[in-house]
Design a protein around this ligand. Structure first.
Ligand code: 6PG
Length: 248
């Protein structure tokens, strides 16, 4: 099994700073044609803001990176609940990323599954193949949050899509947590095709799910693993007692 590590940060601000530094130092080193998979949710927002501001913004080689999304709420383009709208506002526009480098999930398709198929086509075109090659991951970096129920991207506990092996992207008719709108999400194999995966988790309401993951429960966030390195950054409020502080 590929590497997975958990690091506990003292508080929310320290978590945000550590996450932003980690992302910037990974992005600083990417080659041409790099791909980053962004997350939605609220925890990531201050991280994005920090990345878009000095000094970290100077490390991000925007000419070398294409930006994708791990999931999207199936709402009209420009809607306030859209993960792409959020990422544009707080990260991509402030960084000056050219629109052609931003690959939002299409929500003007007739339904989430049709949107998923279109996005899968876009990912395959970028990757240049319709099968994953372990030697050549799709993403340089995948960012994820975890819901209090243990979901990751829009893969909710008990969903059929968790066992998907062929598709890269699927439609989700019913979200397991608010906002209760349909979703489009990358599948576990697509998320796994990455050099690095970074979970950023904050707050007391995440502690129970994290305890279950550490105890070996099969929650979606536990199954989201990179073929490369998977790092969980969690603040003390979210950390169960079994996780000791480790800033190494
Ligand atoms: C979304 C997500 C989702 C999110 C987690 C954590 O569209 O909501 O991408 O998977 O990352 O629910 O969200 P919070 O950071 O708000 O707890």
């Amino acid at each position: 099994m590929a590497d997975r590590h958990f690091v506990v940060l003292d508080d929310h601000d320290t978590l945000v700073a550590a996450a932003a530094e980690r992302i910037a130092s990974l992005l600083e080193r990417v080659d041409e044609h790099a791909a980053v998979c962004l997350t939605g949710g609220s925890t990531i927002v201050p991280v994005y803001r920090r990345l878009a501001a000095r000094p970290l913004r100077e490390k991000i080689p925007i000419g070398r990176i294409d930006w994708f999304f791990g999931d999207e709420r199936f709402v009209p383009a420009g809607h306030g609940l859209s993960n792409a709208v959020q990422a544009r506002e707080v990260l991509l526009d402030p960084l000056g990323v050219p629109p052609a480098r931003i690959h939002a999930m299409p929500t003007d398709a007739p339904d989430p599954d049709a949107a998923a198929r279109r996005y899968e086509g876009a990912l395959m075109a970028h990757y240049g193949a319709d099968r994953f090659d372990r030697a050549r991951p799709l993403f340089d970096l995948v960012l994820l949050g975890m819901g209090a129920d243990g979901h990751a991207a829009s893969l909710f506990p008990g969903a059929d899509g968790l066992d998907e092996r062929e598709r890269w992207v699927i439609g989700v008719d019913m979200a397991g947590q608010p906002p209760l709108v349909p979703r489009v999400t990358l599948t576990l194999p697509a998320l796994a095709s990455s050099r690095a995966m970074l979970f950023i988790v904050s707050g007391r309401d995440k502690r129970a799910a994290l305890s279950r993951i550490l105890a070996g429960d099969d929650l979606p966030a536990a199954r989201a693993r990179s073929a490369g390195e998977t790092l969980w950054l969690v603040d003390r409020a979210a950390a169960p007692d079994t996780l000791t502080k480790d800033l190494s």
